[in-house]
Write a protein that binds this ligand. Sequence first.
Ligand code: BEZ
Length: 262
Amino acid sequence: MPGLLLGDVFPDFEAETTAGKIKLHEFLGDSWGILFSHPRDYTPVCTTELGRAARLASEFTKRSVKMIGLSIDCLEDHHGWTKDILAYNCEESACCSLPFPIIADSKRELAVALGMLDPDEKDKNGMPLTARCVFIIGPDKRLKLSLLYPATTGRNFDEILRVVDSLQLTTVKRVATPADWQPGDCVMVPPSMPEEEAASLFPAGVYTKDLPSEVQQWIQNTDYQKSAEFLVPSRLWISRHHYITKTQYQLAPPTTIIISGS
Ligand code: BEZ
């Protein structure tokens, strides 16, 4: 049976956390949310991950994302483990608490309900541990992205930030982000968008690269300058054929479309 699917409303569960009892939807409010699970408290890979998440907390806050962790141990263990995480990851006594709560799922009820268990990793009693799940939840409380890593592979939190940027951009603009996209890079319009619609939505300028199939055409983004702003790239790649500059995008765009290529 499939678990949670993209677009599903994320379960509004109640849970005990290191910051008190929460109801997920109320906790998230109007923010985006990231729920990330951990196999066990006091385990080394998890300790590095929670430390990395804590160091990136201001980046997530900038993007209006609330983080919440989950591990299948009790609150007392979470509090004890937090001291280890901070000692391992933070400069001297710079921090005294994690900037996000951790859910105590000691009965594994959420881990089971949310399909988080890793059948290959068992504790000393033969019980499966939680895998490393990442659920990204939109302000509409719907699941926008899920990642599932086995317990033996730690996550890349820079990648999680990167996908948040892509999700937030593609929520407000009808564009898609190509492989390895970073904020400020060119973007693409989904192939389902008719060319006429793309031209009317982004009527500023185009660049075409013909490919042998004559079906897909790709743009080269050779003279692209990286932008510090993540929502509006310095050049917006508007379709497989078109791009416009950030200034053109922000002001009323010009009407000319220049078709280049062979
Ligand atoms: C860890 O977090 O170090 C870990 C947990 C379960 C299996 C393997 C590694």
